[in-house]
Design a binder for this molecule. Sequence first.
Ligand code: ADP
Ligand code: ZN
Ligand code: ZN
Length: 710
Amino acid sequence: MPSFVRVAIDLPAAVAASLGVGDGLYDYRWQGGPIEIGRFVLVPFGARIVVGLVVDRVDETTVDEPRVRDVVASIDALAPVSPDWLWLMRFAADYYHRPIGEVIVPALPAPMRDAARYVVDREAVAEGTTPHAVLPAIGRAVKRAAKVSPAASSGAGPVAPRRLNAMQSAALAAIEAARTGAAAPKPMLLYGITGSGKTEVYLRAIAAVVEAGLQALVLVPEINLTPQLAETFRLGLPGVRIGSLHSGHAAGERLRQWLLAHEGEVDVLLGTRLAVLASLPRLGLVVVDEEHDASYKQHEGLRYSARDLAIVRARRGRDGRPVPVVLASATPSMETWARARNGRYDKLVLGERAVADAVLPTIRLVPTLGAATQHGLTEAVRAAIADRIARREPVLVFHNRRGYAPVLACGACGWVSACPRCSVNAVFHKADRHLHCHHCGWRSRVPRACPACGNADLAAVGRGTQRVEEGLAALFPDARIARIDRDSTRRKGSAAGLLEAVHVGDLDILVGTQMLAKGHDFRNVTLVCVLDADSALYSHDFRAGERLFSNLMQVAGRAGRGGPRSVAAEVLIQTRAPEHPLFEALVAHDFERFAENQLAERKAAGLPPYSFQAVMRAEASEAADAIAFLAEARVVGTTLLDEAMADAAIELYDPVPMAVARVANVERAQLLVESGGRPALHAFLDRWLAALRARRSRIRWHIEIDPLDI
Ligand code: ADP
Ligand code: ZN
Ligand code: ZN
């Protein structure tokens, strides 16, 4: 008797929709013996043969039976994905309210899911050629994964292991106990100030997991910027096979790395957010470094939080048995902190800097209100920089705005440089004499004169990193100055080069955006200057304060990490609001005080983590259409609540234009949905989204769960 399999294949959503295949899965007939769920298969689609993944076996199909086609072959050269992995995909599909097929397909590396690449010759298949012969790319990769080029093992000679300090030992022991104990482990927050040796702790935990024959998944925010971390892993885990997955890999390399992990040929997978979706058959430990980092959130497609999925993945674990997950941060997210506080997570604390002579820098606030500045720098900041240059100690200058000036303006008529396609200003970049839109990528040559009135005298208003760099060069003509931001580091490896230059003392001043702050271990830096931190204090985004605090803590954490130096390390922060409570906590290096304040405010306002949110966004060429769609959606939702879900405490807010309403000529609006309970929210979303999908509107819309920017 033939049975049927449900297969995930990569087809544009529009094609799936036109076929009425809501879940993104397609039924095929399987004629052979028993086929495992999780097998990769070749299936016909239209005139082509494509790669798919068997997600389910069913005895009956809802498709008209004569139209159901046969699976061409099972790709036996590839191991099947595990039930744990498929469980994770199902969880993500449910939680983020996406069709399962749309979750699985992007979780596979591009070359594998790009159906067009694998249009295969039907006759070759009919002749029984083996799958890896007809699928050259996959075949080669599989063979490589198996034999030709195994995962590079770290190979480096073992470095003498450091003696852990008492707090590190206790944290490591707790992770070990969680891994080997009988009870299902709680997620663990490894909370330690910058430089307290968190990396050292989880490296040891990883070594033990690998020793036990298992795999560790380590998520980091931005791998291109953390060559030091990769190096630390290589040195700290001698003989261990370390794989990596991030968007910086070329497609072929990404496929190879994915397969190595999938076939169990790597012991440690180090990667950015997408690595949380990797197939790891022997998962034994999950680590999320800098768990608070916003880059764990994906902003298109599935719109998942890799941090949150990491926790869920660890709870499911291996063969359904939970494995430990360690969330490391000096400034945990409020969500994580609240759970560590109420005991849902275990808190492991590292309370001091690990290197003997490393102390926390002194943080000083430099009031700018009424103060004279040159090139945006106060006297105090200029004097401190001059002092460090004289001592040959490099200085970091943090300014979180790239470009030369945020806007170009005409003093005669009031014209300002705006992006013609977005509702934002176009940023003046002096190096290439262009205006750039940082939202849609639009670029245009700087006009010679005001396009509105012809006035030749256009003024750059405000300050970006390029202008700061120029100002520093004018103030310190003999200093060696460089800039690190997205514009200066387009070339691969250039960021690493700049950071290395600071490290070896080839630079006197490095100016940069938050790229400066991401976990680099500078031994010789004794001064960090923050030029303008104020805009976040007055933001309408309730998470702006949290982000600012963590950014500044992180930036401050670059100073005073030990090593030879002649003065105490300090951080100078220019601000118009030195009395702000956020700064008070910062000066005291008191994250806990800051977090208590934040949580109290959030609780009073009913904001996350004390409520759960989803946001529906609509896009149209006319703003009114996007708003009208959301208003209608709101009516549908309200009716549903009145009729069927009266008990669910769900709040549907009025639709509003997004903060940046127009991007690339698309008008965007959003509707916030909030509830005090997560299950209630998701039960509502299930019904509401089903009702809206059935209405088949022309308007493009999507739902985002646990949004970070609203
Ligand atoms: P974190 O990840 O908490 O910012 P790291 O793990 O990078 O801190 O450690 C900061 C520095 O302290 C590194 O140079 C590391 O090699 C060093 N270090 C960590 N643990 C110890 C220890 N037990 N003894 C001496 N140095 C240590
Ligand atoms: Zn003008
Ligand atoms: Zn634009």
